[in-house]
Structure formats: C-alpha cells, structure tokens
Design a protein around this ligand. Structure first.
Ligand code: ADP
Ligand code: ZN
Ligand code: MG
Length: 479
C-alpha cells in the first residue's frame, strides 16, 4: 500500500519586548540566572499580573503578516499543570479565544534537499499569546531552574495539518522565521530558545480522507532536526501499519544521538489542563482604531517583496528569493540598485561577489565594509566602460579590504579601461606581428585562434584594454 504523511506544526516564538508579559522584569537573553525576576514571574501567591500591551501589539502584527483574522475580543486562560518550571501551577495562555484566527504562510523555493518545490500556502489555525515558563537545566545529578525566561511573552503559531512532506515542513519553518524577522518580532534564534517547534505527524493510505492518529515530537533544536525527525517518524509509522499494528496518540522525544524518537508520554488532552478564564486579568479588546494603527505600521512581507523585486527590477524568481532571504540583503540591494540602469547587474554582483566574500570573512551584510552606495558606484564604472568586469573584481576586493571608493582605487592604480582606438591598435598590431602561427590558424578558418590573440593584447594592456574593442580591431585587421 502507498502511504502519505500529514504534518501540522506548533511553533513557539518569544516576542521581542522591553519587559515581560505580566511584570516589569526585563525581557533579555543571557543575563545571570534568576536576575530578571520578581514576585510575579516567580509565581508568588497574592501578586497580580498586568498585561503588556506591546506583546499583544506584536502578536497582532504577526497575525496581519500571515493574513489572520484579528479577534476584536480575546481573553486569558489558566492552563493548569504541576511542574517546577511554573510554581504557580498554571501557565497564563489563551484557550478558546486566541488573538489571531486562520491565516496562511506561503512557501516557495526549496525544501531541505534543495529540490525546487511547488509553491503553496500552508493554512494556519491560530496564533495565541502566553507566558514562557522557566528554563530547567539538568547537570549530572543536579538540576537548575532559571526564571529569567518565565514570563517572557511567547507566541504560539499553530498550523493546520496541511503539510505532506518533511520538505514542506522545513520550508514552512523557514518562511515563518522570515516573516517574523521581517516584522521585527524576533530573531528566531533556536539556540537561544527564541523559537521552538513541535511537530505533529500521522500517516494514512493514499486516498483516505480521514486523518491518521497523530504523534507529536518534541525536543527539536533546529529546522534540520525537525526535518530529520519527520523523515524518521514517517518511516516508523508506516512500518508499524504495514506490520498490521496501529498508532496510539502519544508524545515522543527526538534523540539527537540515537537519531530516533522514543515515547515520552501518552498524549494528555485539553481536559487534563482544566483550562478556565484567568480571573486576575481583563479580557483584551482590540478596537478598530488600534487595529488600523497597527495595520498602517506594517512592513512589507517577504513574499510581497519577492514578487515586487521580480516586477520592479526585472530579476528572476531565483534572484529575488536569494535577495529577500534576509531583510538586510534586500535592503542592501534596493539601496545599491537605486537609480541604476541595470538593477539586474547589481543583483548578480551581490550574489556572485558580495555575499560569498562576506561569508568568507564572517561578516553580516549589514556590516559590509562596502556600502550599497559604494557598490553602486562600482557598477556605474562598469556600466560606463571605465573598468572591465574583470578589473572590477580586483577593485572590489580592494574595496572590501580598505573601504576605499571604487573611483579612488581605479584612479590611484591607473586601472581605467583603455577604450582609445589608437592605443589598442598598437597592441593589436604587435600581437599580430608576434604570433604568426595563431594568425595563420585563424586565416585557415579556426575562429578560436583569435582568442589567443585577444589574450595577448589583454596581457600587454595588463587587463585594461576594452575586450570588445580588441576583438573588433583584430577582426578588422585579419578578415
Ligand atoms: P492537541 O489538542 O493535541 O494539541 P490539536 O488539534 O490542537 O491537537 O493539533 C495540534 C497540532 O497537530 C496542529 O498543528 C494540527 O495541525 C496537528 N494535527 C492535528 N491532527 C493531526 C493529524 N491527524 N496528523 C497530523 N497532524 C495533526
Ligand atoms: Zn517579573
Ligand atoms: Mg493544541
């Protein structure tokens, strides 16, 4: 029998605010353990939470960027459970009335394998806001709990069971991260715990519409791991079904060393959490005015920018994909291309020269020693024929090392392309006189022999002769 996988993701992302969601403690990463804490985020009895409006605003921003419907009324609920990361024994979350409903995330481009994929939209169920819990660390026989993380605003983005392959899940995670980065909500650094994902997966015979029993996998520390765990789990589930077994709904843990999943617990359901409205917090009303205000502050989404780049600058989908991958790269491109005749040439240069050179030096594009304006000026010199493309590469290397402008380097080193017919003619004549064999071969009908003569002239001019003119002059002499 042939099987297909069904995948739905739950992604948690910390929201970048000044302070925590229900108290005034700082929301920052990397402070000493238990230094950003107070009676509220430590869960002392008798304290009262006060909602952080900015956390709600950013969740609305995320929702609008994903085309969600924004609820005009939502509320806070207590999710009750007992664990050392949450001493008040409940987490403040949102149950039946989340801030954002529906929406979708467009996926394009490549999956994990790098194979091009079909473009489509992955449907979202909801986005809600909750408080993060403390971080526990287990070292040998002792454990530590750091409450700096407790109370950091945490957005949960729940997708519909809408993905069919690990590659789609991988592309979805990347697309979501890109949206959140563009909207300045989070850096989505998984190593810092800013983004965490749980994957849900089931399999069913192809053609069956009823969903199979889902398994949730936790402890995924990278998109790559999520992809790997899904591949493993899909294969495992198919094997069980093939052998006549059945699935039981459960939560499994991914083990990086074993490269396998193992049972963590059989699945609890919503009743187990005894959700009820938090009596300490007012419901949240999002007025039409506030919603409009947030909407008008939205930045362009990555997919809108991708489409605009193709349209406005005449570059390919592939180029637009690379240039919009990070917001800073797109910003750089737009500044460099500003007012230039050939934005396509700027796009090429960034992709073939700049990005590689920066990554080799371990420099992020926002810290590039060559500013977008400086790169644009170099492109102008190429366009005007002042330097050849080949010399431009040397000039560019120098710009990267010294931060000097292209024009200054060209002037100082005398690198102007020679387009003066008289000067080139002399060198062409020398090349013809000194290379009888190549000349004869060319005259005998071997067109390629001319390249040898071109090379000769280019060398004599130290790369500065205008290659197009060299070819033209050689041909006019020999033909
Ligand atoms: P729970 O109540 O266990 O949290 P939900 O219905 O809220 O389950 O779904 C959680 C996630 O699991 C969602 O992302 C959803 O798309 C996904 N999901 C639900 N059912 C299935 C299924 N049968 N197979 C794969 N994923 C599923
Ligand atoms: Zn606090
Ligand atoms: Mg759920």
């Amino acid at each position: 029998m042939k099987y297909e996988a069904v995948i739905g993701l739950e992604v948690h992302t910390q929201v970048r605010t000044q302070t925590k969601i229900f108290c005034g403690c700082r929301n920052e990463y990397g402070a000493g353990p238990n230094t950003n804490v107070c009676p509220i985020c430590l869960g002392y009895p008798g304290v009262l939470p006060v909602m952080n409006r900015e956390a709600v605003r950013q969740t609305i921003v995320a929702g609008l960027a994903c085309g969600c419907e924004i609820a005009s009324y939502c509320k806070w609920d207590r999710k009750n459970y007992y664990y050392p990361d949450m001493p008040k024994n409940y987490q403040i979350s949102q149950f039946d009335l989340p801030i954002c409903l529906g929406g979708e995330v467009p996926i394009t481009g490549k999956g994990f394998s790098g194979e091009p994929m079909r473009e489509r939209n992955i449907a979202l169920t909801r986005i809600h806001l909750e408080e993060d819990v403390a971080k526990s660390t287990h070292l040998g026989r002792s454990s530590g709990v750091d409450f700096n993380r407790a109370g950091i605003p945490l957005m949960e983005i729940v997708s519909e069971p809408d993905m069919r392959t690990p590659d789609e899940a991988y592309a979805y995670l990347n697309a979501l991260k890109q949206i959140l980065e563009y909207a300045d909500i989070s850096d989505c650094d998984m190593e810092k715990g800013q983004m965490r994902c749980d994957v849900n997966v089931s399999v069913r015979p192809v053609g069956q519409t009823k969903l199979g029993t889902k398994i949730e996998i936790k402890n995924l520390n990278s998109f790559r791991t999520a992809h790997r765990a899904l591949e493993y789990e899909i294969e495992r589930q198919i094997d069980v079904l093939e052998e006549g077994g059945s699935m039981r709904q459960e939560t499994r843990r991914w083990d990086d060393e074993e490269e396998a999943t193992s049972v963590m617990r059989t699945k609890e359901n919503a009743q187990d959490y005894r959700y009820f409205p938090d009596p300490d917090l007012m419901p949240v009303e999002v007025s039409a005015e506030w919603l409009e205000e947030v909407r008008s502050s939205l930045v362009e989404t990555p997919h809108a920018r991708r489409a605009r780049f193709v349209e406005q600058y005449g570059i390919t989908d592939y180029d637009a994909d690379v240039l919009t991958h990070e917001k800073a790269t797109g910003d750089y491109f737009e500044q460099a291309a500003q007012g230039r005749k050939k934005p396509k040439a700027v796009a090429n240069w960034i992709q073939t020269e700049l990005l590689g050179a920066l990554s080799k030096r371990g420099i992020h594009i926002s810290d590039s020693p060559v500013s977008p304006q400086a790169l644009g000026e170099l492109m102008d010199l190429i366009e005007a024929g002042t330097v050849s493309g080949k010399i431009a590469k040397d000039v560019f290397a120098e710009m990267l090392d010294t931060g000097t402008s292209a024009a200054a380097i060209v002037k100082e080193k005398g690198l102007e392309q020679v387009s003066d017919t008289g000067a080139i003619e002399g060198m062409v004549d020398d090349a013809i006189a000194g290379n009888e064999k190549a000349v004869q071969e060319y005259k005998d009908g071997n067109g390629k022999a001319i390249q040898f003569l071109v090379g000769h002239v280019m060398k004599a001019s130290r790369g500065k002769a205008n290659p197009k003119m060299v070819v033209e002059l050689l041909k006019s002499r020999l033909d």
